[in-house]
Design a protein around this ligand. Structure first.
Ligand code: FES
Ligand code: FES
Length: 159
C-alpha cells in the first residue's frame, strides 16, 4: 500500500505517495525528477547518491525515503552561491578540472560541503579522509582534492 510522504528538498515541500520500501535516491530521482543525485552501486559503496540531510552527508541509497520525512534535504540542484552564481565548490571543480565524466561529482561536492561546513581549515589529508567514501573512477582524486582546498580558501572562482 502506498504511503504519503512529505519531503523538504532544497527548501521546497513535496508530497508524494510511495511504496514504503522505496529509497530516498529513488524518490528523489523518480518521483521528484532530481536526477543530479546519481545511483551507482545502490549498496552504500560508491557515494554517488550522497545528499545532505539536516546538513550531514548521507548516502541516500541506504535511507528509506520515509526515514527522511520532515528533514531538510539538499541535493546538488539546491546548491548555489551568492547572487545565483555557482557555489564556490562547483566553481572550483570546474576551475581545477576536477570533473571528467561527472558521475561522482554531485556526491563528491555535497560530501565536501558537509565536511567544510564543520572543518573550516582542513589539511589535505583530512580532505582525503573526508571524501574517502566517495569513489571516482576517472580523476585519480588529485584534482578533486585541489578543488576542495581551493574552494575553502576562496579561490573557487575563475581568476
Ligand atoms: S549509489 Fe549509494 S553509495 Fe553507491
Ligand atoms: S569524474 Fe568520472 S567518476 Fe569521477
Amino acid at each position: 500500500m502506498k504511503r504519503e510522504l512529505k519531503l523538504i528538498v532544497n527548501g521546497d515541500t513535496h508530497v508524494v505517495y510511495i511504496d514504503p520500501w522505496k529509497t530516498l535516491t529513488d524518490v528523489l530521482r523518480d518521483d521528484l525528477q532530481l536526477t543530479g543525485t546519481k545511483l551507482g552501486c545502490n549498496s552504500g559503496e560508491c557515494g554517488a547518491c550522497t545528499v545532505l540531510i539536516n546538513g550531514k552527508a548521507v548516502k541516500s541509497c541506504l535511507v528509506l525515503a520515509l526515514q527522511a520525512q520532515g528533514k531538510e534535504i539538499i541535493t546538488i540542484e539546491g546548491l548555489e552561491g551568492e547572487q545565483g552564481k555557482l557555489h564556490p565548490l562547483q566553481q572550483a571543480f570546474i576551475d581545477h578540472f576536477a570533473v571528467q565524466c561527472g558521475f561522482c561529482t554531485p556526491g563528491m561536492i555535497l560530501s565536501a560541503k558537509a565536511f567544510l561546513d564543520k572543518n573550516p581549515n582542513p589539511t589535505e589529508e583530512e580532505v582525503r579522509v573526508a571524501l574517502s567514501g566517495n569513489l571516482c573512477r576517472c580523476t585519480g582524486y588529485v584534482k578533486i582534492i585541489e578543488a576542495v582546498l581551493a574552494a575553502n580558501e576562496g579561490k573557487g572562482a575563475s581568476q
